[in-house]
Design a binder for this molecule. Structure first.
Ligand code: KG4
Ligand code: ZN
Length: 353
């Protein structure tokens, strides 16, 4: 089954052709980083305009790279939400127009479900129940999935997303955008114990995250230590140390809540997905915590850990095609396959159930 996946929820225009949810024939991503860099964050108005300019080329390129035509696909999967409404609308409108002109089925996909499916591309046999730590620029959540297509959010951020927290402090320190990869690189050469960050206690027993306190603490460290924003050249030792300490606090928070969730729910598989899953410290700590250090639980098989390749963790069309494939299969198995739903609309606050 060949599916076209279209993704445009934030600042990446992406399209991919994926066979049976696992064989990626093409995966094209047009990043808007250059456009938003000057502003230190995504400007929604500019993002939607750039999606409009890019989408036609990106989809054509996905077909060309795969050596396929519109006639070859079985359906079109598109991100319906959550995300920026203007950005989402570009992908949804394009997908609807294509479904109308080709008569191919259209399947809406939740962006977060797409991130979860990014792990299945390289490992189609992941076992349920699974627990996914989903960390990106727009979301941070712990999602429990007892069986395919069933989801329960068991923890989420109460303020900033993990990626947003990294991006903001990077902007403040004059390091550039997006901050996540920059902080990741600088932190490798920094002392993570130099600056103290206390992890907030969530007192109502939920497995939520909170990152805004770290931002305030970082600003206090900047003031108290007289740290000046970076102005080019070699990044100072003190900025590297602050980056390392700040990143460590974020990683410790994520791992602590993920560990609590794992102990409560006993999943078979642990997934680390979303743009921040590219972070080297987080990947290493996640693997160590859940693969190497988790004590065996009776006769139960050990938990398996999945951290997709970076090309699939940041926003892309392949994960949307992968998440859309079982939905398309279910639709095509119906006795009377319904025509494409051309009333489909973007939903910026779409929840995952
Ligand atoms: O999943 P994604 O591409 O888009 C959203 O759905 O938000 O994630 C983008 C986020 C940005 O905040 C970026 O700074 C972060 O992922 N990111 C990283 C790394 N690479 C990307 N954060 C930490 N370390 C990285 N290596
Ligand atoms: Zn994302």
């Amino acid at each position: 089954m060949l599916v076209l996946g279209i993704e445009s929820s934030c600042d990446e225009t992406a399209a991919a052709l994926v066979e049976d949810g696992r064989r990626v024939l093409s995966n094209v991503v047009a990043s808007q980083t250059k456009t938003h860099r000057a502003f230190g964050g995504v400007v929604p108005e500019l993002a939607s305009r750039e999606h409009l300019g890019n989408i036609g080329y990106v989809v054509c390129r996905a077909f060309r790279d795969a050596g396929k035509t519109q006639d070859d696909i079985d359906g079109i999967a598109v991100t319906r939400g959550p995300g920026l409404v203007g950005s989402l609308l570009v992908g949804v409108s394009f997908a609807k127009a294509m479904a109308f002109s080709t008569g191919k089925p259209l399947v809406p996909v939740n962006h977060i479900e797409g991130h979860i499916f990014s792990a299945f591309i390289e490992n189609p046999d992941i076992e349920y129940p699974l627990l996914a730590l989903t960390v990106s620029g727009g979301h941070s959540s712990l999602i429990y999935s007892p069986s395919p297509g069933a989801y329960k959010i068991i923890g989420r951020t109460r303020d900033d997303a993990a990626g947003e927290a990294l991006d903001k402090i990077s902007k403040f320190l004059g390091l550039g955008y997006p901050g996540g990869p920059i902080i990741d690189r600088l932190a490798r050469d920094g002392d993570s114990r130099r600056f103290a960050f206390s992890i907030p206690k969530i007192s109502d027993g939920r497995l939520d995250f909170s990152f805004s306190g770290f931002k305030t603490a970082a600003l206090r460290h900047i003031q108290e230590s007289g740290i000046k924003p970076h102005r080019g050249g070699k990044v100072s030792r003190i900025i590297r140390d602050l980056a390392a300490s700040y990143q460590q606090a974020i990683v410790d928070t994520l791992i602590r809540q993920a560990s609590r969730a794992e102990a409560q729910l006993h999943p078979r598989s642990m997934l680390l997905v979303g743009g921040v899953a590219c972070n080297s410290l987080l990947r290493e700590t996640f693997r160590r915590t859940f693969e190497d250090e988790l004590p065996p639980r009776g006769d139960a098989a050990p938990v398996r850990v999945y951290c997709p390749s970076p090309v699939y963790t940041t926003d892309n069309g392949a994960m949307i095609a992968a998440a859309g494939t079982p939905k398309l299969r279910a639709r095509l198995a119906m006795d009377n396959v319904p025509p494409p739903d051309l009333t489909l609309n973007a939903d910026p606050g779409l929840e995952l159930y």
